[in-house]
Structures are given as structure tokens and as C-alpha cells.
Design a protein around this ligand. Structure first.
Ligand code: 5GP
Ligand code: MG
Length: 459
């Protein structure tokens, strides 16, 4: 998610920002721009580079723009559900880009529909637009009214006519940062977007804060009472890019620290440490340094395969893991390996990789995971599958080790993870590991599955 306020090349900057944030979503991409009283939109399915060409970017004129890359955690995977979402109310054009997951969207939608609102998409994010369109008063008041109705996780960028608005839910589940490029303001999910366009990171949008940027001036309001912060720790473990600052911390260094903790708690006699690239690299390096073992990229990653995880069909996912990693036989043959992975979700990746490494002649395979067992689904915006699909929800560590076919398996303990969290001096959400859901599950709609939230067939 990215926003640009007050730059003659707003859409181009938004495009570059989205390019830097491509890892956050590969299903669809879109940009909305504003010039004079005209709001324009271009959206499409697929990667940023495929969705936009020069013609599309040139048509997105104006000094303000917002953009979004999407992977669905709610709603369908279709163009109808691509963001930013754009709608006209009687007196304004409202565009919104949303990162997160609302926990009471269905209830709000049902209520709004009973008053005659007609929804165009299956996304939870659309409720923001309807709430804003119905609210009365000054924009500050309308935003406050809309945000006070929704529960759950949201980092948001709105373009309401020519006002850019950045907002973060009171828990601060998802990240959102503010930057400057000369006199322009830039908003982005991660600071790596600032680096690409040469913007300076200024600060994070605070939990519960709404920043309104009008005619070059930023005004901050805090419409919803602040609560204890619950930053998503999975951003640090897997989701964010290692060159980003997330919650003010460099992601790479946090991962390395997790790897060191893992090595201290779970040492093993071995010849080398092999990362599961890309996301396992930093923690594997931390592990290798702390264990005094060589770090070798014994598995080569094919970068032209997109993240397999979001492929909707299980058969495709298995295929994806096979094409994605190939071992260097000459390196691993006869060796005792520590294979370091950032997380195990369904177990698909490692089940394949252990086989692949055995076939390449590895003598021993010790799997080390730089996060605790993933035992719970995420209701706050990460695409964790439902509990039944999580391998650690039903199986013990020993059972998983046998399922993977590894010689040993250990995870970073929850205590160790919490030590790392505590060292960052912030409050974190680690519900997917601990089961400590801040918003109780019985208040979460469709607790079984985030996908199909608005799908009447329930699929
Ligand atoms: P598994 O193969 O066990 O289902 O998933 C674990 C692998 O997927 C790890 O390599 C991890 O880096 C990656 N992963 C973890 N969470 C996510 C996610 O939310 N999206 C995507 N695309 N990959 C993920
Ligand atoms: Mg990975």
C-alpha cells in the first residue's frame, strides 16, 4: 500500500512504491490518481509490472495517488476485488486501499444493505467507503465516525477528493510509515518503498492515529481511544522485506537475532547451515554465526516462480515447491545439514525439501524453524490457512518431524520469541503462535475461514 500527496509524478511514484512492495501481494494491483476534480483508476490482475504500462501510467495524471498490491485474506481473487476501491458519494470521490482484515465487516455490511447500500465487491474493505459516504460533517468527523464502527486490523490509505488520509487501527496490527520527498508526503506499508523513490522515512503512523494531508499540510487526529499496541510479529518473521524498517526495527537484524536465539536453544552437531531462501536467509545466518558453522546456500531458489503459498489449489502448491528449490548435490552429499526455515505453515515446503535433500545425498537433515509452531489462524490480515490445515495445530513436534522425514526438528520457543519482542520495546500480536487473540475469536465472524467472508455459497 502506498500513498503520494503533492508530487507532479504521483502515479509514477506510486507505481515504483508498489514495485518495491510486490512481495506483499501478487494477485492484483491498482492505482487511483487525482487531478483537479477528476479521479482516475487503473487496476488489473497480476503483478505490478504486468498491470501497468506507459499508457496506463500516463493516464493517471495528478499530484495525488494511492496504490495497492493485493493478496486476498478476505473476499475473492478477482478484478472486482482489486484495490484501491473507488466509489462516488453524492459530494465526493472516495478511494481506499486497505491492508488488514476486519472482524465485524459482515455485520456492518448487512446493516448497510438493509438501508439500501449496494456493495460492488466481496471485500471487507468496501465497508470503509460506504461508512464514509454515509457519514456527515467535516471530513475529520466522517473519518472518525467510520473508523469507530470497524473492528479488527486495518492500515488504510484514503484519497477523498484531493485529501490523502493514512490511518492505522488502535492496536496497530499492520505497519504503516510516513515519509517525505521534498515537499511531497509519502505513505507506505514498508520503508523499502521510500528507498526506491528516494523518500526519507519520517515516522510510523501511530496506532489509532489518522493523518490527513491537505494542500501539503499534515494534520493528525486520534479518533479512536488508544489501546495496548499489538504489532504483528509475523511481519518481522516472514512477511516484510529484510531491508525495511518495520515498527522502527530493521527486519533483517530482527531475523538474525531470532536465528541466534534458535542456535543457542537448539544446537546440533552438523557440517553446515542451509537456509530455505529467501525468507529463511537472515535467521540461518544468525544461526550459523552463533553455532560457529559455515553458511552454505545448498538449495538454489528459482526466482521466476511466484510465491507458491497463494496459489489456490493444493496440487499447484506442491508443484510450486518442486520447481522453486534445487539442491547443490556436490555441496550437500554426505553432509549433516541444519536446514533453517522462517516458519512452517502447512508443512508443504519442508516435506518436499527434506526429500529433495535426501535424494541429493544429504546424510542428516536437522530442521530448525525461526518461529514457534504455527497453531492458530490469523484474523488480522495474514493469509494463514484455517486451523485444520496448519500442521502444528494437530501434530506434536515429533510427529511433524516424522511427517517431514527429518532427523530432528526444533522451533524457536514462544519464550524466546517473546524475549526478542520485549527487546523491541513494543507490544506484539503473536496469536498465530500463542493463541492469545486480542480480539476474542467468538467476536470474529467466520472464525473458520477468512476466505469467502462475503461469499454466499460459503466456499
Ligand atoms: P508451508 O510450506 O509449511 O505451508 O509454508 C511455509 C513456507 O511458506 C515458508 O517457506 C514460509 O517462508 C512461507 N510462508 C509463511 N507464511 C506465508 C504467507 O503468509 N504467504 C506466503 N506466500 N508464504 C508464506
Ligand atoms: Mg520461506
Amino acid at each position: 500500500m502506498v500513498g503520494v500527496a503533492g508530487h507532479p509524478e504521483a502515479a509514477n511514484l506510486a507505481y515504483l512504491g508498489l514495485y518495491a512492495l510486490q512481495h506483499r501481494g501478487q494477485e492484483s494491483a491498482g492505482i487511483v490518481s487525482r487531478e483537479g476534480s477528476a479521479t482516475r483508476v487503473h487496476r488489473g490482475m497480476g503483478l505490478v509490472a504486468d498491470v501497468f504500462d506507459e499508457g496506463a501510467l500516463a493516464s493517471l495524471r495528478g499530484r495525488h495517488a494511492i496504490g495497492h498490491v493485493r493478496y486476498s485474506t478476505s473476499g475473492e481473487s478477482s478484478l472486482r476485488d482489486a484495490q484501491p476501491f473507488l466509489a462516488a458519494s453524492s459530494d465526493s470521490q472516495i478511494a481506499v486501499a486497505h491492508n488488514g482484515n476486519l472482524t465485524n465487516a459482515q455485520a456492518i455490511r448487512t446493516e448497510l444493505e438493509s438501508y439500501g447500500s449496494i456493495f460492488q465487491s466481496s471485500m471487507d474493505s468496501e465497508v470503509f467507503v460506504h461508512l464514509l459516504a454515509r457519514a456527515r460533517g467535516r471530513l475529520e468527523q466522517r473519518i472518525s465516525d467510520a473508523l469507530s464502527r470497524v473492528r479488527g486490523a486495518y492500515s488504510l490509505v484514503f484519497l477523498v477528493d484531493d485529501v490523502l488520509i493514512a490511518a492505522r487501527d488502535p492496536h496497530g496490527f499492520r505497519p504503516l510509515s510516513l515519509g517525505r520527498l521534498g515537499n511531497a508526503w509519502i505513505v507506505a506499508s514498508e520503508t523499502c518503498a521510500f528507498d526506491l523513490i528516494g523518500a526519507e522515512y519520517e515516522r510510523d503512523v501511530e496506532p489509532g492515529e489518522v493523518v490527513l494531508i491537505r494542500r501539503g499540510r499534515a494534520r493528525s487526529i486520534q479518533p479512536v481511544p488508544r489501546v495496548a499496541e499489538h504489532f504483528c510479529v509475523f511481519e518481522h518473521i516472514y512477511f516484510a522485506r529484510p531491508d525495511s524498517l518495520v515498527y522502527g526495527r530493521n527486519v533483517y537484524l530482527v531475523r538474525k537475532r531470532m536465528g541466534r536465539e534458535l542456535a543457542k536453544a537448539q544446537p546440533v552437531e552438523a557440517d553446515m547451515v542451509v537456509p530455505v531462501l529467501d525468507s529463511g536467509a537472515a535467521s540461518a545466518l544468525g544461526y550459523a554465526e552463533a553455532a560457529g558453522l559455515p553458511y552454505e546456500t545448498g538449495l538454489i531458489r528459482n526466482h521466476y516462480v511466484q510465491r507458491t503459498f497463494i496459489e489456490p489449489e493444493q496440487s499447484i502448491r506442491h508443484f510450486g515447491v518442486r520447481v522453486k528449490h534445487n539442491p547443490i548435490r556436490e555441496l550437500v552429499e554426505g553432509k549433516r545439514l541444519v536446514v533453517v526455515e522462517d516458519s512452517i505453515v502447512r508443512g508443504t515446503t519442508l516435506t518436499k525439501l527434506v526429500t529433495v535433500l535426501r535424494n541429493a545425498g544429504a546424510r542428516e537433515i536437522h530442521v530448525r524453524v525461526a518461529s514457534p509452531p504455527t497453531t492458530g489462524a490469523c484474523y488480522y490480515g495474514i493469509d494463514t490457512p484455517s486451523k485444520e490445515e496448519l500442521i502444528a495445530a494437530a501434530q506434536s513436534v515429533d510427529e511433524i518431524r516424522d511427517a517431514l522425514g527429518a532427523d530432528s526438528l526444533s522451533y524457536l520457543s514462544l519464550e524466546a520469541l517473546r524475549r526478542v519482542e520485549a527487546s523491541m520495546k513494543h507490544g506484539f500480536c503473536d496469536a498465530c503462535f500463542s493463541g492469545d487473540y486480542i480480539i476474542p475469536i467468538d467476536q470474529i465472524e467466520e472464525a473458520e475461514s477468512q476466505l469467502g467472508l462475503f461469499d454466499p455459497s460459503g466456499e
